[in-house]
Design a protein around this ligand. Structure first.
Ligand code: ADP
Length: 398
């Protein structure tokens, strides 16, 4: 069974084509600058890479381009798009309507549309991607896999904000959590690598990329997570501030005449480690600057590591223990120094890193004899989407 996975953003569209027999990637690509000039790159094992400017005025034209590339004689991997059994879409916000992946029909589309106010930057491009696939691929089944779904198992004490309760009832203001597909993937993979049943494990998963979230996973279920109503809450990120005193917003508005839109933009795009350092949102640049003596770059690194470590402590307390700590995504997978910084001082809760193992890609990196384990696991959200999609289509065929 061949599954196409689509992750549509506002001006980009990532895709991967899976052969589910052995869960191999047949081809993957990235359409960028959609609505501007258009650029596409595709790689496929055993085929020449493709990299070209292609006009892409909208997402539908991007889907047309990827259809052409996947079926092109030289670089393509398909005889025709009819070889594709289903398309799986990443959808960022499913609100409280979805606690798992679903086949897309009119009711699902309406529910995703209803979540647009909760994720105004993310859900609209996701919907556009789905519409474009429907327009071009016709009746091929399509599935939606939600970033929020994994966190729907959180108990109300973890997802309710201490605001007037009616805000939750009438305006749906609560913690939703994001990166769910990644937290789910790495927690399952950790259980495999540790050769222990997921149901018995208390895990803390740290997805650290441009966006960062930490999740408490008890027995395979998300019980708390650092991102909240939006992906702005939690630890400081590349350009996002994470949790701050909410009174700062009113102070900036009334005492410094800033507009809400300006404050919002600053909190999302000019804050985080970029805001603290004034150097970059990228930890490679921050490491280089700090090594060169830049004090604010060092401060940004310290603040990030300190905040992630605080969440780890909080979630161990919330779950009454932690059997394993997992690092994933761009920083978690690649930045051994950051892993060492975060893990430093976690001995007290039974987590001891082995510096000699800390350079590895997918393995246990805690020391022999450490009561709890520390792991690095490359995330694979696309594979989860493809698996869910295959399972949904398979169950329809049975
Ligand atoms: P996104 O959330 O946009 O998917 P990523 O998961 O790619 O982001 O993470 C981006 C972060 O990961 C950047 O801060 C970058 O410094 C870090 N990163 C990515 N690749 C590497 C690498 N090879 N070495 C060190 N850091 C890396």
């Amino acid at each position: 069974m061949k599954i196409l996975v689509i992750n549509a953003g506002s001006s980009s569209l990532k895709y991967q084509l899976f052969d589910m027999e052995h869960e191999t990637v047949l081809a993957k690509g990235l359409c960028e600058r959609i609505g501007l000039d258009g650029h596409v790159r595709q790689t496929a094992p055993g085929r020449p890479d493709y990299d070209a400017e292609r006009p892409m005025p909208d997402h539908e034209s991007a889907i047309r381009v990827l259809t052409e590339l996947l079926t092109a004689p030289e670089i393509g991997v398909l005889g025709g798009m009819n070889e594709i059994s289903a398309v799986g879409h990443r959808v960022v916000h499913g609100g409280e309507a979805f606690n798992g992946s679903v086949l897309i029909d009119e009711k699902v589309l309406a529910a995703v549309e209803e979540c647009v106010p909760l994720a105004p930057l993310h859900n609209p491009p996701n919907l556009v991607g789905i519409a474009a696939c429907r327009a071009i691929l016709g009746d091929v089944p399509q599935a939606a896999v939600f970033d929020t779904a994994f966190h729907q198992t959180m108990p109300d004490k973890a997802f309710i904000y201490a605001l007037p309760y009616e805000y939750y009832e009438t305006m749906k203001i609560r913690r939703y959590g994001f990166h769910g597909t990644s937290h789910l993937y790495v927690s399952r993979r950790a259980a495999e690598l540790l050769d222990r049943p997921l149901e018995e494990l208390k895990l803390i998963t740290c997805h650290m990329g441009n966006g960062t979230s930490v999740t408490a996973v008890d027995g395979g279920r998300s019980v708390d997570t650092s991102m909240g109503f939006t992906p702005l809450e939690g630890v400081p990120m590349g350009t996002r501030c994470g949790s701050i005193d909410p009174a700062i917003i009113e102070y900036l508005a009334t005492q410094h005449g800033m507009e809400i839109a300006e404050i919002n933009s600053a909190m999302n795009k000019k804050s985080g480690v970029l805001g603290i350092s004034g150097v970059s949102s990228d930890f490679r640049d921050l490491d280089a600057a700090a090594d060169g003596g830049n004090r604010r770059a060092q401060l940004a690194i310290d603040v990030f590591a300190y905040d992630v470590r605080k969440y780890i402590g909080a979630y161990a307390a919330a779950m009454g223990g932690c059997d394993a700590l997992i690092f994933t995504a761009g920083i978690g997978e690649n930045n051994a120094r950051m892993r060492a910084r975060i893990a430093a001082g976690l001995d007290f809760m039974g987590l001891r890193l082995d510096p000699a193992r800390n350079g590895a890609r997918e393995t246990v990196i805690s020391a022999d004899g450490s009561p709890g384990q520390i792991l690095v696991i490359p995330t694979n959200e696309e594979l989860v989407i493809a698996r869910d999609c295959a399972a949904l289509v398979g169950s329809c065929l049975r």
